[in-house]
Design a protein around this ligand. Sequence first.
Ligand SMILES: [Zn+2]
Length: 119
Amino acid sequence: MSTRQTYSSIDSALSTFPWWPKANLERIHELTSGLSITEVYTPPRRSYIGLVVEGATRIVSISSGFVAGVQDGRGNNWVALPVNALRDGDAAKGRDQPMDPCPICSIGLPKSGLCGNCF
Ligand SMILES: [Zn+2]
């Protein structure tokens, strides 16, 4: 049983997240425009958009507030988007909900969506 869903393009995947901040979309396009993407998908709980990149061992994951799996030029393996909720302290909301597994190490992601192990 798989509830992973695939899309024909990043745009069609993004269109299923209409609540994501518009201000981030341009940056998402910028960060992903140079990639040879072979698959676009969302995992069962749809907490991110996964991009399978040709020749890469890690996927690139796009969440509402950051893109993980891309270099920011300062040694980080993720890039915060202009509008993000990492500091908004909404941890209380939905704390008990199970989260999607990290695309890299497969442990459950914290509420921020950014794996403490991998990023
Ligand atoms: Zn991880």
